[in-house]
Write a protein that binds this ligand. Structure first.
Ligand SMILES: [Zn+2]
Length: 117
């Protein structure tokens, strides 16, 4: 990977980080709905509100998990030792296609699949 590519991924990751932080801010507000006085929930029944809260908590934890990976990847880039884009498990180069799709990838496709099995 050359410097230009690395800078590109760094920019992508920073943007992703901002986006995820934004989502987490928004869902902070959404998950407070049930805490509010019932009159402010409007036509939503309490059941609906609770369901909505559970969904929003599920996506929150996904955003959180992704944010952790994004920050990890950013710190690997900041470490500037050329290890960004290398699989943390086998040390092989992670394909650029994979990094383009998810620049926060820390493992190559094979190791990821193995981990998920
Ligand atoms: Zn690997």
């Amino acid at each position: 990977m050359d410097d230009q590519q690395l800078q590109g991924f760094k920019l992508q990751l920073s943007a992703l980080r901002e986006e995820l932080l934004g989502h987490l801010d928004l869902s902070d507000t959404a998950s407070q709905i049930v805490e509010l006085d019932q009159t402010t929930v409007g036509r939503l029944s309490r059941m609906d509100a609770i369901q909505q809260q559970q969904m929003s908590q599920a996506s929150r934890s996904q955003y959180r998990q992704r944010l952790v990976k994004v920050e990890r990847a950013l710190s690997v880039i900041a470490g500037n030792d050329g290890s960004y884009g290398c699989c943390e498990s086998c040390g092989n180069q992670i394909s650029l296609e994979r990094l383009n799709n998810s620049p926060e990838s820390l493992y190559c496709l094979l190791c990821q699949q193995r981990a998920e099995e």
